[in-house]
Ligand binder design. Sequence first.
Ligand code: BGC
Length: 251
Amino acid sequence: MSKKPDALGIDIGGSGIKGAPVDLDKGSFTDDRLRIATPEESTPEALCDVVAQIADHFAVKKDLPLGITIPAVVMHGVVQTAANIDKSWIGVDADQLFSDRLGREVHLVNDADAAGVAERYYGAAKGEKGTVVLTTLGTGIGTALIVDGRLVPNTELGHIEVNGHDAETRAAESVRERDDLTVEQWAERLQAYYSRLEALLWPDLFVVGGGVSKQADTFLPLLDLRTPIVPAKLKNKAGIIGAARLAAKGS
Ligand code: BGC
């Protein structure tokens, strides 16, 4: 493939943990991605083993920046929440845990923040001024808030209250699947969610990421919003590319 990588990215998701070396000029992989199924028990030790396997698989220098996503709030390397991962993650200094296990420095980031940064530099929000809100619709709802090109980390806007419910428990993709909602029924819930977000933030652009971005044409046309809303472009590469970018460049 192309030139030598600038960083390695690993994306911890609900069903798979995926990694690849990244070319940060192009925002693309320099080698094939490796995916390993997420262990049923998503404890720090179990996930750390898989991350180590993926990092070791690529023959890259030990000092190559390594970014890792996690579906949780991460402040200065410490995991603060665990909505959809094992609760034992809360309070874990994950930067330390992973660095010790892997024998190299790592940089842990929230999964939606990573996706947002990737879309901001290489995808649907490239060159966008103003306020961009990226939402990932998956097991939960993740968000990245980007203001004039700068990420405001750890926004947890998937958990805002909409009609008396934590938004992600009504509008995440996993809920659509679980409750076998028709696209119209799901769109109604998305309408309520995005209307609330736009009333609170007045964004210039919404970007919709997560696996569902592939079928965006089935539900985006059903939404009636003031804010333009577009599908993410980097699909399931966004987490890896954004994590690599944040580890190498910090933004
Ligand atoms: C978590 C977020 C995460 C999102 C997507 C939410 O439940 O609280 O931190 O970004 O799921 O994985």
